[in-house]
Design a protein around this ligand. Sequence first.
Ligand code: F6P
Length: 405
Amino acid sequence: MLNNKLYIVMVGLPARGKSTIAYKLKENLTKYGVKTGIFNNGDLRRRLTGIETSRPEFYDPNNRQGVELREKIAVTNMGRAADFLGRTGYVAILDATNVSLKRREKIVSSITDHPILFIECINGDEKILKASIQRKVALPEFSHLTKEEAIKSFRQRIEYYGSLYAPLAAERNFVKLDSLNNKILAEEIRDKIPYWDRIRDFLVTDTVKNLFLLRHGETHFNLENRIGGDSCLTENGVAQAQGLASYFQRKKIPVIFTSEKRRTVETAVPIKALQKTCTIIPLKDFNEIDSGICECMTYEEIRDRMPDVFLARKKDKYNYVYPHGEGYASMKYRVDMGIKKALYLSRYSPSIIIVGHRAVNRMILSHFLYRREEDVPYIYVPQDRFYHIVATQDKKLLQLKSYTL
Ligand code: F6P
């Protein structure tokens, strides 16, 4: 093979998922036998300098010293990447913002030995950005600041980069990626790019190494067969949560996603308590189906008092929408968004947990598992077991497991 070496240059504002994609891409290519290295300017900066470079002024385009130091770091990493490809490496990923034209022109004029593929990560969702920033400011480089100061400082840094931002347009080979939805927004490939088929397919694949999908423990409403509401766990429900906690104690779970309902958060809290570092992130997208005028009723009450509702739902459970509420079909978009957000926010965590509800978990399962629509509202979602899901480019696995020791 003549030219089977490649530079990948990441592009995008801070907190847009660049490093996560670089990391996962490296992992994926390496598994495929393609030795890949990441050359991250932020990591090198943190190694070479102190907290002064975590201050927002360092990123002010008018701060000459800051500009010079960042250029020096970029050049050093280009040199290290070239060395790597000159020896045993096949793909070198330059992971930095690279948002200005000037920086990219410098990269293009300095790299002449192998082709360059630019990958621009775009994500304009303000809520996701907020959640990503919350995770970023937990990094040691912000430990000297209060959380509020750190967020302000990081936002200011983003603004400075934003003032220089020139989206990809004239580059010979590029992909613009909606990094939340794994969707390619634009692509231009003029040269022969090694591993391109595999890279493109990877970029559009939802990947999760280990997703443990749990249903909340038993609630007072469950005992009465009442739907919806915001009931707490029963004693048995708390025991189920503790059983889950001891089971997952053996694994590393850095992040647990729940709905905003008490029963899912109460199930997650004991699990978090037995982990070293773990964050609970409640997402509204995972709230249980809104049963509208039937909220808090039992199925028997609905059958007796609202026979039309009962029968219409029985006839077409997937498409039926509760008056003033939701249905499975109408819930699909928000649950899918919840999955995208969870995968995005969990970055490269090897394992994550989602604690959901019966209908929501059916929709999550149907995202990973082919089922006819009419069968989705009947997928088995017990409270005393959980689903283990693996979804990568090369492997799909779904297993119902018991957590009782
Ligand atoms: O009973 C628990 C529950 O999560 C309710 O809150 C929800 O309305 C219901 O299950 C969803 O299941 P189904 O669609 O089968 O009624």
